[in-house]
Design a protein around this ligand. Structure first.
Ligand SMILES: *Cc1c(COP(=O)(O)O)cnc(C)c1O
Length: 434
């Protein structure tokens, strides 16, 4: 066999154009034009005689998740912040957080004044390890924040049991799992609240957006007020007047989704099931084909996951099969072969550049709290191992036709075969925060 790796100047495995993300069509344009002409661009604007898009999306997303309540918000970070505030998490409290996830899970905790306690992951799912979580509980623990990462779900049976046993609220961060089901129930409905992000990279997006779902009416009322400066939707709005009425039962903030964003979400939600099915079909084909390739294995599906979704498709590699190259170099080589980005997993949060509570404004931290924020006290060996041995394909790569699966497999085989030539490249793991 001839040819060189694309990263080293050879012909790439494919020159295909990958599916674009985010997606929009005429329906999206129509709904945006409707907002533009409506005279109502925000829930804090005057009532125009019809239900605003924010309310319509809230109802549609609650229905999609088969849950009573949904409060849309600005971002996944906004959703986590609202959930923490609604649950009364504050200064001095501890919240368990997985050690391998996007930084917002821990920084949201920091930004409400509480301390994130980083817990190592279960290597089978890359989600928080329930037995490690148990060991991390102290008398200051007030909540357990879990994430359903990449294309797997956390062990909800064990985590629900743990939360019940210690009478702690469970926060499910579903920013990477819109539509997944555990034992038949949608993610986000198994704990006290479910938090979603609709940021550009997520499988449902309006650029920047988020939502919190809950079945608890009391929590819901708090969430509603927290996100719009302590106001609440009126039961009997009058055309031309503000629809939000002042309540002030909580100290609120402005974390409102605009009507443009809500309209885009309402439109794109109609496509989510189809897109999830499409990605799942490609992912299943890819798993089947990868079974023939040495030294690479996808994450297994837990039987209790009754609907699996794919944000990023994770493949575990045996570095020796790639001649000992670092996962970073292998990702660069695969990205060059495929023309789509293949990435390592996150840098573990105990050494993540963007988690830096010591850089909070002066006055937010006293000396005693500084020691509690010392992240070097957390040991995350499984998160480190995942950082060295897992790579991820972005979800739009799973929206292509069946030929894409073949190309991905060919690219992996090619990089494996020629991996010896990569040894001269810098093998330093990148500290880029994925
Ligand atoms: C994207 C993401 C967030 C943050 O969402 P934003 O909308 O970017 O604020 C939080 N948690 C997880 C697991 C995410 O993937």
């Amino acid at each position: 066999m001839t040819g060189n790796l694309a990263l080293l100047g050879g012909e790439p495995t494919t020159r295909r154009t990958w599916p674009r993300w985010p997606r929009a069509d005429e329906g999206t344009e129509r709904i945006l034009a409707d907002v533009l002409a409506s005279g109502r661009w925000a829930i804090s604007g005057p009532f125009r005689g019809r239900e605003c898009y924010e309310r319509r999306f809230a109802a549609a997303f609650a229905a999609f998740n088969e849950v009573a309540h949904c409060t849309p918000t600005t971002s996944g970070t906004g959703a986590l912040t609202m959930a923490l505030l609604a649950l009364g998490v504050g200064r001095g409290d501890e919240v368990l957080v997985p050690g391998l996830t996007w930084v917002a899970c821990a920084s949201s905790v920091v930004n409400v004044g509480a301390v994130p306690i980083l817990v190592d992951i279960d290597p089978r799912t890359l989600a928080i390890d329930a037995s490690r979580a148990r060991e991390a509980i102290t008398d200051r623990t007030v909540a357990i924040l879990i994430v359903h990462p990449f294309c797997a779900l956390a062990d909800l049976d064990a985590l629900i049991a743990l939360a019940r046993e210690h009478d702690l609220p469970l926060i499910e961060d579903c920013a990477q799992a819109h539509g997944a089901r555990w034992r038949g129930g949608r993610v986000g409905t198994h704990g006290a609240v479910g938090c979603f992000s609709m940021q550009q990279s997520k499988v449902l997006t309006c650029g920047e957006g988020g939502a919190v779902i809950t079945s608890d009416p009391v929590l819901h009322d708090r969430l509603e007020q927290i996100r719009c400066d302590g106001r609440r939707f009126s039961d009997a709005p009058v055309e031309g007047n503000l629809e939000l009425v002042e309540v002030g039962e909580v100290q609120g903030r402005n974390l409102c989704l605009s009507e443009f964003q809500a309209a885009v979400l309402l439109d794109r939600l109609e496509h989510l099931d189809d897109e999830n099915r499409h990605r799942a079909r490609r992912a299943e084909e890819l798993e089947e084909r990868l079974a023939e390739v040495d030294g690479v294995s996808p994450l297994e599906t837990d039987d209790r996951v009754t609907e699996r979704t794919y944000y990023n498709f994770v493949v575990r590699i045996a570095p020796e099969v790639f001649k000992g190259n670092s996962v970073d170099v292998i990702c660069q080589a695969l990205s060059a072969e495929l023309g789509t980005s293949v990435n390592p997993v996150y840098v573990p949060l105990n050494r993540h550049r963007l988690l830096c509570p010591w850089n909070l404004p002066p006055g937010d931290l006293d000396e005693r709290e500084k020691t509690r924020f010392d992240l070097s006290r957390f040991s995350l060996p499984e998160a480190e191992r995942a950082r060295r041995t897992c790579l991820t394909f972005v979800h739009p790569a799973l929206l292509g036709d069946a030929g894409t699966v073949e190309e991905i497999v060919r690219a992996i085989k090619k990089v494996q075969r020629l991996a010896g030539r990569l040894r001269d490249l810098p093998q330093q793991p990148s500290t880029q925060a994925f």
